[in-house]
Design a protein around this ligand. Structure first.
Ligand code: GDP
Ligand code: MN
Length: 372
């Protein structure tokens, strides 16, 4: 389960990690008065995806009036497919340096790993590997002062700032362990004069430990409206940000389909795993959900085992007869009742593919690239 930034900051603060002075608002009301009390402010959209800064979800305001204007814009906006329901309004720090800090699990080593970089901030994905400090943590020993001294030295900080950063790292590890986190990330950790502040915060908790989540952990609903609708039908559906709507029947084939699309330079708008043996009605409802997200094209990739190709073909025809589909649709069918499925489609003037590579090549060629 992911937590919103303001929730993470509450936790950090309760454990003695400094955060900028801030307050959460669910409407523009009260923002003006608050900004009068804090001065120049940062207005931060509370959504669960990262990269808000680049997507326009973080705004700065020098005056209370400006803050209200920016807040109204953000409340009215859609950010990375999510509605902005809450804004965190914070005092704007004077940042001298942005540090990246994270604790996560290194699956290959089966150990927590502390990651730090002096090149923190919004370009962290572009930072070369040699500027990322990685230190595996032995859980029987935990993070000790000698580890934090090593990290601060390698980050190039010294004196009072190094002491504060060391102390913060010890606390961060305590939080990582006691909250059953899979990830705790502070990016940026802002160095401002001799002070350090968590200017941003991310936490993902391990759902397998949800039975023992601490009582100060709020429940966060992570599913989008469509994901909820699909889950009510018993279908696994995930919203993504690319061009091509994808429907397949099984987790493995679905992932492979996404990879093949990516290989050819495009991305999926979403994916739906209709599972094995879904009925014609369910498959039709699933396709309607996919189409409602306005992908630039649709790829249906079926390897029929329990799933019958003729049922899927018929479901597609049902949908086609009940609504206007004005995007390219590419269908690949193999497996159980393949011939019957092909015949149903052909009787409706639709050619399908047997080979997945051919199908992906065809759909990519027919799809208008996003932003193009
Ligand atoms: P993200 O893009 O979702 O990771 O959002 P962040 O909270 O990290 O904000 C993006 C960027 O905005 C940060 O990397 C900072 O450069 C900048 N930023 C955020 N808060 C402050 C602040 O209080 N003062 C200043 N000067 N910059 C800030
Ligand atoms: Mn950030």
């Amino acid at each position: 389960m992911k937590l919103y930034e303001y929730m993470v900051k509450n936790i950090l603060q309760n454990h003695g990690i400094p955060t900028p002075k801030g307050y959460v608002f669910s409407s523009p009301e009260g923002i003006e008065e608050f900004v009068v009390s804090i001065g120049p402010a940062v207005i931060k959209s509370q959504i669960l995806s990262g990269g808000r800064g680049k997507a326009g979800g973080i705004k700065f305001a020098d005056t209370p009036e400006e803050a209200v204007a920016r807040a109204k814009e953000l409340f009215a906006s859609q950010l990375k497919g999510s509605k902005v329901n809450e804004l965190l309004v914070e005092e704007k720090l004077k940042i001298d340096q942005e540090i990246y800090l994270a604790l996560t699990i290194d699956r290959a080593h089966r150990q927590p790993v502390l990651i730090a970089s002096k090149a923190g901030g919004m370009e962290i994905e572009q930072v070369p590997e040699e500027l990322m400090i990685k230190r595996l943590i032995d859980v029987t020993v935990g993070v000790q002062p000698y580890t934090t001294r090593e990290i601060t030295r390698r980050l190039g900080v010294s004196g009072e700032v190094a002491e504060k950063l060391s102390d913060l790292l010890l606390k961060l590890y305590q939080i990582f362990v006691t909250y059953d986190a899979e990830l705790v990330e502070i990016n940026p950790l802002a160095i401002s004069g001799f002070d350090v502040y968590a200017a941003d915060g991310k936490m993902t908790l391990d759902d397998d430990a949800s039975f023992r989540f601490r009582s100060d952990v709020p429940h966060v609903e992570e599913k989008t409206e469509l994901e909820k609708k699909a889950s009510a039908l018993g279908i696994a559906y995930v919203d993504l940000e690319g061009e091509i709507g994808v429907m397949a029947n099984g987790a493995g084939i679905t992932m492979a389909t996404l990879d093949l699309i990516k290989d050819q330079g495009m991305n999926a708008r979403n994916f739906m795993d209709a599972g094995g043996g879904a009925s014609r009605k369910t498959v039709a409802q699933a396709m309607e959900i996919l189409l409602s997200t306005q992908p630039k094209s649709l790829l249906i990739n079926i390897f029929g085992g329990i799933t019958r190709c003729d049922e899927v073909a018929q479901a597609f025809i049902d949908v086609k007869n009940s609504m206007e589909i004005n995007i390219p649709v590419v269908i690949r069918l193999v497996g159980t009742n393949e011939e019957a499925g092909i015949d149903i489609l052909r009787a409706n003037g639709i050619e399908s593919f047997r080979n997945i590579n051919d199908a992906v090549t065809a759909v990519v060629a027919l799809t208008e690239k996003k932003g193009a």
